[in-house]
Design a protein around this ligand. Structure first.
Ligand code: ZN
Length: 371
């Protein structure tokens, strides 16, 4: 279902057209927008992560602000953006980096004004201690209303890691329990709310209701669309926040993409961790899934049924590229990516500067590769 007022011109090139069900072995799709990537620090780690992500089919990156100390002010945010921009390899075509500052209970109004003045149009809210490097996270959401109102006045979009920081809520329910917070923020402010990495399909009817505001967006990661908690049981490489949920959740999230809603967009949450942190002895990992180098291929694998019709390919392009560009106010994709319907075995490790990173689904085979 497409809401009125949204027009998405088809610009799909299909090569080697065959009859039968599969349109072709090779499909050109628009380069992705990653509105959620973890590019880490220092530069020797950021640089390969940026390169892998571009190889993974991306031409626009919004780096997450949960660096070691957190990008809690304008200066830190813009300094980091400069580092990331400096990591884009020459000759890879234009790659846009979208600055994103952290919004906390301690953020000053004048800091938001300064952020808007230098061109920061996105802020991120973390829940206190619910995920990686969320020590600057929020515990008392009511205190944010005043600041989120200011964001709306300044044209700043707000992105939320919606897992409730009240630790009495089980991990499994922490996302679901954030529905009243999203509802409150939409009702009390005029801000645009991005619900990042939706994973709990119980939220879907509520998200549909919230989307009537036309200020509400849900992002979905490739790994939450590709698998479920049974299939990944015991797989440290698939341990992430929010946790991957049941087969029914996975199915309903995929069906939500099929509906071609402009408020449902890809949000990769590619999160590299050195192997020693992921596979620790004597403690537990709850970090993230690294999908950057094969990102668009993993989305294609999870949504492979879309590639059997021209309309389906259009839905894919809308989800990974065209709808996100509308929300971020961006021009069309700077390039296209060749997706080949061919098996790709995910390597056991990636070298990321001094880090060795075990990717999501290491050693497993997916049905698409990037040409
Ligand atoms: Zn993340």
């Amino acid at each position: 279902m497409v809401e009125e007022g949204w027009t998405c011109p088809l610009r799909i090139i299909v090569l080697e057209r065959k009859e039968e069900k599969m349109l072709s072995k090779t499909t050109l799709v628009d380069a992705m927008v990653s509105g959620h990537s973890h590019l880490r620090e220092p530069r020797e780690i950021t640089e390969p992560l940026v390169r892998y992500l571009i190889e993974g089919g991306v031409d626009t990156i919004l780096p997450m602000p949960n660096t070691d100390k957190g990008l809690t002010d304008t200066e830190k945010t813009m300094d980091y953006v400069k580092v990331v921009e400096g990591c884009v390899p020459p000759g890879d075509g234009p790659v846009k980096i979208i600055p994103c500052m952290m919004l906390t209970e301690k953020t000053y109004v004048h800091e938001l004004q300064e952020a808007a003045r230098v061109g920061i149009r996105d802020v991120k809210v973390y829940p206190l201690n619910r995920t990686t490097k969320s020590q600057n996270g929020v515990r008392h959401y009511g205190r944010l209303i005043r600041l989120v109102k200011v964001c709306a006045e300044l044209g700043i979009r707000t992105h939320w890691h919606f897992e409730h920081p009240w630790m009495l809520f089980d991990n499994r329910d922490a996302e679901y329990m954030c529905l009243p917070i999203a509802d409150m923020m939409l009702n009390e402010t005029d801000a645009v709310i991005f619900w990042e990495h939706g994973s709990d399909a119980r939220c879907i009817p509520f998200w549909k209701d919230l989307s009537k505001s036309r200020r509400f967006v849900v992002t979905l990661s490739a790994h939450h669309l590709a698998t479920n908690e049974d299939a990944t049981f015991g797989d440290v490489g698939a341990t992430c926040k929010p946790p991957i949920k049941t087969r029914r959740d996975q199915r309903d999230l995929v069906l939500l993409v099929d509906e071609n809603n402009p408020w449902v967009i890809a949000g990769p949450d590619d999160a590299a961790h050195p192997i020693g942190v992921k596979y620790v002895a004597g403690t537990r990992c709850a970090c993230g899934a690294y999908t950057g180098p094969f990102l668009i291929a993993l989305y294609a694998h999870a949504l492979s049924h879309l590639f059997s019709t021209v309309e389906g390919i259009s839905v894919f392009n809308n989800f990974v590229s065209r709808y996100p560009r509308k929300w971020f106010g961006l021009a069309e994709a700077s390039r296209q990516v060749k997706l080949i319907h061919e098996q790709f075995k995910i390597p056991p490790i990636y070298n990321v500067g001094p880090w060795i990173v075990g990717p999501f689904w290491a050693g497993q085979t997916i049905d698409y590769t990037i040409g």
